[in-house]
Design a protein. Structure first.
Lengths: 557, 198
């Protein structure tokens, strides 16, 4: 075989004074450091958003509770939703994309390293701006505090008359600023993947993670921008006396809903597609088989991206659209289940007949498959507009989308953490703590979100501050809250694992999982320049070819 | 492929990837198009829904001259970029300055129109839905023209000090993509506001 083995340079790490080290992190344009900054900032906001969720759950633990005031309760659910979507899920996924995409396609950095740093700081400072509202939200009017009109900020609640002070302005500006950051990162990911692939890395040889992030970035360009446009309109309404969403001047509150959800629903897919990407890397490696149906996976992803741009109004069945609109959005919403089903089928096909290794990353992936399936099934139920009329704005919907976001996205993310942490830090995460984390989180998750469907069916509306006793909701809500605390304990175990393993974990080496993509060919953590010599690939699994020169994949392409 | 013996062949096949600048600008244009689409949808949705006057048909005048200015600036920047690629620097500078002049004229036209609407017809952004959507849409476009003019002016300064040559040709083409986009958006805005909207 060729002697051109990728060299593994040993990083010369000298101890620097901490001020220098901090300066390095603050001014870095290295995609790996920015990736870690994204991930760490997201974890920070995850803890904040998690505490807000716990406050909500304590308040709803039993009827007539007054753990917090109604005003604080409104702020909590608004901030919880906004934080989790914009300052946890998006940044953490961008972080992984930033870290992994250049390594996987054999590039030395992203296409625009400074734009990359700029985008990260926009997102992060957007998050700080949102939380500054707790201090500055009262403004000159002495009214308001943190945003409290829900993460949709439905018109006319966002208007000056109903949201005085500056709380809604902080919300708007935070989303606008972080939205620009997202657009910058998306452009960067697209340019990196299209322009910086190493020789031989044709589009049909790219790791699925790169493919899926390419699709995700394309969706960001089309879906985040409507939100930015709507935020600009809201600012015009609030500051220049415009009438976009002012019903008294003929404006339309429904238009805001359309603009919000034409962002809001593709956003779900922007979040889940990178998680599909994690699954498509983790499941094959721990099943010891190449991914089943690579071209179909790509096609299904593109199909999902395409259809997801035309399903948004299924969030609006209850506002009284025409029967044609209802039928159209029912149909498109059901259609999107087909490519999603193809994906689940392919992951199971990958596992089928494989020598499955039940590492923690794989446990989270398998849980993802089951839970994402159930989340998808309740999604198809809600897609039926008559069914939705019954259950829209109830806790059934809350349970459904948390099943997607926690049971799907968060489980996939935990899998990704266990899988790539050794690459990022050079240390293995503890499997023992990992198993505690997995089982505790699994139990907590199902206790909370399986049970949460039932009060929804029994008629408990979402966002209510408290409820009357004797409606059959009390015990169920208590169980839901207990589950939330079990999840919180699991997160603490996870954070402890991250910290302890960083100092005491076993040395990872270059390739702890015997994997096949290029990031495992360099040292852990990789040197600043990634590859001493830019690699050349001739199949989808370059490291397999390297390890098995007698039977390389490239023979079968 | 004879890759059976080599997993990492030393001699790659011809490997040609698109320019990152152009891909990124294409990405930005897609994103910007989505933003403009939302504003255009809002404009069309609110046509004729204003509760009070003035209405578009009462006050709007078609800015034909300034539209010709902006659209022809697309031609001048195109030929400027061509000249630079062939390193005819003098013609490049001349056409570049002409582009800036035409873009500037267009902005002047917008300013004149807004002045007339505000002072003669009392139409501001808070007057009615037409005012809100009109100033937002046309203003968003004018903002993009302004941003483009600033970038063009920076290139002009570098050009006049003799620092723009064939080497920079690729970057100039990226900037010219942006300028074409700004022009294309005006075609849509013009059609929506001055043709369909009246």
């Amino acid at each position: 075989m060729s002697s051109n083995v990728i060299t593994v340079p040993v990083g010369q790490i000298e101890a620097r004074p901490w001020v220098d080290e901090l300066h390095q992190w603050l001014t870095t344009v290295d995609h790996k450091r920015l990736g870690i900054l994204y991930i760490v900032s997201a974890l920070l906001f995850l803890v904040i958003g998690g505490v807000e969720a716990l406050i909500i759950r304590v308040q709803l633990m039993h009827s007539h509770n007054n753990f917090v005031s109604p005003e604080v309760f409104n702020r909590m659910f608004t901030m919880h939703g906004t934080t989790m979507i914009f300052f946890v899920a998006m940044p953490v996924l961008f972080g992984f994309a930033n870290y992994l995409v250049p390594l996987m396609i054999g590039a030395r950095d992203m296409a625009f390293p400074r734009l990359n740093a700029f985008s990260f700081w926009l997102s992060f400072l957007g998050g700080l701006l949102l939380y500054f509202s707790f201090l500055g939200g009262s403004g000159l009017y002495g009214a308001g505090n943190a945003p409290d009109v829900g993460w949709w900020s439905y018109a006319p609640l966002g208007a000056r008359a109903f949201s005085p002070g500056h709380s809604s302005d902080y919300w708007t500006l935070a989303l606008l600023v972080s939205g620009f950051g997202s657009i910058g990162t998306a452009i960067n990911i697209i340019a990196t993947i299209l322009c910086l692939r190493c020789p031989g890395m044709k589009l049909n040889r790219m790791p699925l993670l790169a493919w899926l992030n390419l699709v995700m970035a394309g969706m960001v360009l089309l879906a985040i921008t409507p939100l930015s446009a709507a935020q600009i309109m809201l600012l015009i309404d609030r500051y220049l006396g415009g009438h976009f969403f002012d019903t008294q001047a003929g404006g339309s509150a429904v238009l805001w809903m359309h603009f919000f959800w034409i962002f809001g629903h593709p956003e779900v897919y922007i979040l889940i597609i990178p998680c599909f990407a994690f699954m498509s890397e983790i499941i094959p490696v721990f099943s010891r088989k190449p991914i089943f149906g690579y071209p179909v996976m790509v096609a299904a992803t593109v199909c999902i991206a395409f259809v997801s741009l035309s399903v948004w109004a299924h969030h609006m069945f209850t506002i009284g659209m025409s029967s044609y609109a209802n039928s159209f959005f029912t149909l498109t919403t059901m259609v999107i289940a087909v490519p999603t089903g193809i994906k689940i089928f392919n992951w199971i096909g990958t596992m089928w007949g494989g020598k499955i290794q039940f590492k923690t990353a794989m446990l989270f992936s398998i849980a993802f498959l089951f839970q994402f399936l159930i989340a998808g099934l309740t999604g198809v139920m809600m897609a039926c507009s008559p069914f939705d009329w019954q259950l829209s704005l109830s806790y059934f919907v809350v349970a459904h989308f948390h099943y997607v976001i926690v049971g799907g996205i968060l489980f996939a993310l935990f899998g990704a953490f266990y899988y790539w942490y050794p690459k990022m830090t050079g240390r293995m995460l503890s499997e023992r703590l990992g198993r505690w984390h997995f089982w505790l989180f699994l139990i907590g998750f199902h206790l909370t979100f399986d049970v949460m469907h039932i009060p929804g069916i029994l008629g408990m509306p979402r966002r209510i501050y408290t409820y009357e006793p004797g409606r059959g909701w009390d015990t169920l809500n208590l169980i839901v809250s207990i589950g939330a605390f079990i999840q919180a304990i699991a997160i603490l175990v996870f954070v402890a694992n991250l910290i302890i393993s960083y100092f005491k974990g076993a040395e990872a080496g270059n390739d702890p999982w015997d994997a096949w993509t290029l990031e495992w060919s360099v040292s852990s953590p990789p040197p600043a320049y990634n590859f001493a010599t830019v690699p050349t690939v001739s199949s989808r699994r370059p490291l397999w070819d390297l390890k098995h020169p007698e039977d390389p994949d490239s023979r079968y392409e | 492929m004879s890759a059976a013996t080599t997993s990492f062949p030393n001699t790659p096949e011809a490997w040609d990837l698109p320019s990152r600048g152009k891909v990124a600008m294409a990405g930005l244009i897609i994103a910007e198009s989505a933003i403009f689409t939302i504003f255009v949808v809002a404009y069309l949705f609110y046509l004729g829904k204003s509760i009070t006057g003035p209405t578009p048909s009462e006050v709007l005048e078609t800015p034909i001259f300034y539209t010709i200015c902006l659209l022809s600036s697309s031609l001048t920047i195109h030929f400027a970029a061509k000249c630079l690629a062939r390193s005819i620097t003098f013609a490049f500078l001349g056409l570049w300055l002409l582009t800036i002049t035409l873009g500037g004229l267009f902005l002047y036209g917008t300013a004149r129109e807004w002045h007339r609407l505000i002072y003669d017809h009392g139409l501001t952004i808070s007057t009615n839905l037409f005012g809100t959507t009109y100033y937002s849409l046309v203003g968003l476009h004018a903002f993009h023209v302004t941003a483009g003019l600033i970038m063009l002016a920076i290139v002009a300064v570098f050009g006049l000090t003799g620092r723009v040559g064939v080497k920079q040709s690729g970057r100039i083409e990226v900037l010219s993509m942006y300028w074409h986009f700004v022009d294309a958006v005006w075609v849509v805005v013009f059609t929506v506001v001055y043709v369909l909207g009246r």
